[in-house]
Design a protein around this ligand. Structure first.
Ligand code: NBG
Length: 785
């Protein structure tokens, strides 16, 4: 039973006031943002204690699902939790009466315990499962520092520590009583769980996100301390804590790789021990029943060691290897999130043995079993070679996952087809029944209701509130689209642009016109995502304007947000190029603001929540076949941006749902690329196309200040070097079609009635892309809940 929201908001506020007084001896009106955040969060957790306790017991009692992931990109929780509880507006009003502005917490750090879509997807799934009463809990790591904090100095990315715990972590409950020991070859640590409540929308179901923190068994060596050897006295503590200190530590050295592997093993061992313990505690069950009660989803390969680890633990409980294997295979399912070869994890067996030798032995046994089965299936030669889990001394984690899971899924229809046809072709031939597609989704609570209250209100006034828990209801908008609705939509868009412009002015020092087209590319920085192609098109538009062309092009603002992995030199060079180009364009008096470029710093969840509602054009421009799904594309669509995209990932389904005529689809298809791959000659294209050459050369000709990195980028487009092929991501091939489609989108925007209709049609067609739908499919087809 939901408590009436008025009662609940007052209860939360009273509790927060009491906490302010007890913890800080101040009234809530005098609390600073950190204190307010702490007290409000604790008040919410207090309010939900009973419901959380009941939900946890229910999850333990029946069949339940666990989502194992190295990343949970949960972002800021305070607003979304109040939103899901249905008290955001009331709490804001009650606080305002006391002279407190709820917005003051906007500078509280995001919990950036993730890198991009993979981590955000995990967070969306938890939200959707809690909302729909699906018993799903998350298991991850409590990194002391999340993904780095990004600033720009002279256009260059500078990384700083993301000290997200500085202001406390009032959403987590430390449960030391449920800690487990993780034993590794050279180190034993304690895994301490921190539980966060996952609050569903309009329900009292509360899921749990359990994040493990690594601590020492002997945090202080007293003898050393008394000898004044302070470094030695803390050695064990520091070594233990280093396991969960940062997300994706540099792994270019052996020690770096070892640390990453320790992180993975730590997550897997702690989680499997915990689940087995809870399984036993639940009474009349044996370990043979484990798979009856637990469905575990592997979010990519980072948690794949959970497979041999569970087998090891089951064998400790007395099961034979074969029995343990069967139970384990029935328990796990694996989601693949990328086809990029370099992202498919492979570990050296010696490395695994140096961290967890017993688990390594289990991997050898799994490999032997697999070989035996292959032979009995009549698999030899190349096919056997391509399927080896243990290839020489290399363990292929994805193959291990595929062999030892009951289902394997891709994250968009086209991606799943590529897995079947290409990445896991041989596996698909042997086990076709295991392969499934589960197209990604996003939670409309955070990505519409919360981040775009204005649009959400407009939709509510038009078709009611049902869409907040059943996004397919958006389809009803189709019948309601008329001039009036288009006008109202444009008014909302204008407000969101103003809000974003103010924020960007304040945080980036760049002023933008809310009357311009907002063209947006926000995602991790990677060559395959082709931010460089976008940049080239802007440079092209700029140079055309300088020549007096494109006179009637609507004023346009190009917005980028992205972090580049700290060791990824080319990605960082692309950032420098874009920032230098922005410098040039934004200060050119000839251009007089007709186009503007801004690359926002420290793009994260909260920034996304500001940019997405303001976007007109959504750039989704990877070469076909490489973006597994994309989820930013869905968020932008839901907020009424048109997609400027290739037929890649979920763009394919977006175009199917909303109609190609309401979007700007361009470029090579997967089949086209397959055909040209062998004979692709970017240097030939460059030599034969003078205007394109002029653009590409701005990397090196002094149009913007150049450097070795930009020169390397330039030659990477034209010349192969070792394993790296020239223009590996077909920028030059797709460029002409991209330029044409982009200009068409920008020009079309000027016809506000027609463009507004396209935007609304996209919103009305976004129903499929809710994570509610995705999680319900997982629950039905994979977890069998
Ligand atoms: C990412 C893909 C995206 C996809 C998300 C979520 C990884 C390894 N993969 O296309 O690049 O949307 O996963 O599935 O981060």
């Amino acid at each position: 039973m939901m408590i009436e929201s008025g009662t609940r908001s007052r209860a939360i506020l009273e509790k927060a006031e009491e906490l302010c007084f007890c913890n800080h001896q101040i009234s809530i009106a005098d609390a600073n943002p950190v204190q307010l955040h702490e007290c409000l969060a604790e008040a919410v957790v207090h309010e939900l204690s009973g419901a959380w306790n009941r939900s946890r017991r229910n999850h333990d009692r029946g069949r339940h699902a666990g989502y194992l992931s190295a990343e949970f990109l949960i972002g800021k929780l305070v607003y979304s939790n109040l939103y899901n509880l249905g008290v955001l507006r009331e709490v804001r009003a009650l606080l305002a009466e006391k002279g407190v502005d709820l917005a003051c917490m906007e500078d509280i750090e995001d919990a950036s315990l993730g890198n991009g879509g993979l981590g955000r997807l995990a967070a969306c799934f938890l939200d959707s499962a809690a909302t729909h009463g699906i018993p799903l809990d998350g298991y991850g790591l409590r990194y002391r520092y999340g993904l780095f904090k990004q600033t720009f100095e002279n256009g260059e990315q500078v990384e700083g520590a993301d000290d997200w715990l500085r202001d406390g972590d009032p959403w987590s409950c430390r449960r030391y009583g449920e800690a487990v020991r993780v034993v590794m070859a050279d180190q034993t640590v304690i895994a301490v769980p921190y539980d966060m409540p996952v609050i569903g929308y309009g329900t009292d179901n509360v899921g749990t996100l359990r994040l493990w923190q690594s601590e020492s068994e002997h945090p202080l060596d007293f003898a050393a301390y008394n000898r004044q050897d302070y470094v030695t006295s803390m050695r064990d503590k520091n070594l233990a804590e280093s396991i969960t200190s940062v997300l994706y530590p540099d792994d270019s050295t052996w020690e770096g790789k070892r640390l990453r592997l320790k992180q993975q093993y730590f997550l897997c061992s702690a989680t499997m021990q915990d689940l087995l313990r809870r399984h036993r505690r639940a009474g009349d069950r044996t370990v043979l029943d484990f798979a009856k009660y637990h469905a575990l989803q592997l979010n990519d390969t980072h948690p794949v060691l959970a497979i041999p680890e569970l087998i090891r633990l089951l064998m400790q409980e007395g099961l034979e290897f074969e029995r343990a294997f069967q139970v384990t295979r029935s328990t796990f399912s694996y989601t693949n999130h990328t086809v990029l070869g370099e992202a498919l994890e492979r570990w050296d067996m010696n490395l695994i043995e140096s961290v967890c030798p017993e688990t390594a032995q289990i991997i050898r046994r799994i490999d032997e079993r697999a070989r035996g089965r292959m032979e009995s299936h009549g698999i030899y030669g190349d096919m056997l070679y391509n399927m080896q889990i243990l290839d020489g001394n290399t363990v292929h984690m994805a193959r291990l996952a595929v062999y030892t899971s009951s289902t394997i899924n891709g994250v968009a229809a086209i991606h799943t087809e590529i897995l079947k046809r290409d990445v896991f072709r041989d596996w698909y031939a042997v086990y076709p029944e295991r392969f499934q597609n589960k197209t990604n989704g996003i939670t409309q609570r955070r990505w519409l209701g919360l981040c775009n209250a204005e649009l959400s209100d407009l939709i509510r006034r038009t078709i009611g509130t049902g869409f907040l828990t059943d996004l397919s209801r958006l389809g009803e908008l189709k019948h309601a689209i008329d001039d009036r609705l288009v006008q109202d939509f444009r008014a909302v868009k204008r407000i969101k642009k103003e809000q974003l412009a103010q924020w960007i002015e304040k945080h980036e020092g760049v002023s933008l016109s809310p009357d311009s087209v907002f063209d947006v590319q926000i995602k991790r920085l990677h060559e395959y995502k082709r931010q460089l192609m976008n940049a080239f098109s802007i440079m092209d538009i700029y140079l055309s304007m300088k020549r007096g062309e494109l006179r009637d092009m609507p004023n346009t603002t190009f917005i980028f947000g992205a972090k580049a992995a700290s060791s990824y030199a080319r990605a960082k060079a692309i950032i420098r190029y874009i920032n230098r180009m922005a410098e040039l364009i934004n200060h050119d008096p000839d251009i007089a603001g007709r186009i503007r470029v801004v690359f926002v710093q420290n793009y994260n969840c909260s920034y996304a929540e500001r940019i997405i509602p303001a976007a007109d054009i959504s750039e989704q421009i990877s070469p076909a076949g490489l973006e597994a799904s994309g989820t930013g594309n869905m968020k932008l669509m839901l907020n009424g941006a048109v997609t400027l995209g290739t037929l890649d990932g979920a763009n394919v389904e977006i175009a199917e749902e909303a109609g190609a005529e309401n979007n700007y689809i361009f470029g090579m298809t997967v089949d086209d690329i397959d055909r040209v791959r062998g004979s692709y000659d970017p240097k030939g294209i460059y030599d034969g196309n003078e205007s394109l050459r002029r653009i590409v050369d701005t990397l090196i000709d002094g149009t913007v200040p150049t450097d070795d990195g930009l020169r390397e980028l330039h030659s990477s487009l034209l010349y192969s070097a070792g394993w790296s092929r020239a223009d590996n991501y077909y920028v030059l091939l797709d460029y002409p079609a991209y330029r044409e489609a982009k200009l068409r989108a920008i020009y079309d925007w000027a016809d506000s009635a027609a463009f507004g209709r396209k935007c609304l049609w996209n919103i009305a067609s976004a129903g499929k892309f809710s994570s509610d739908r995705t999680v319900q499919e997982y629950a039905r087809d994979i977890w069998k809940l």
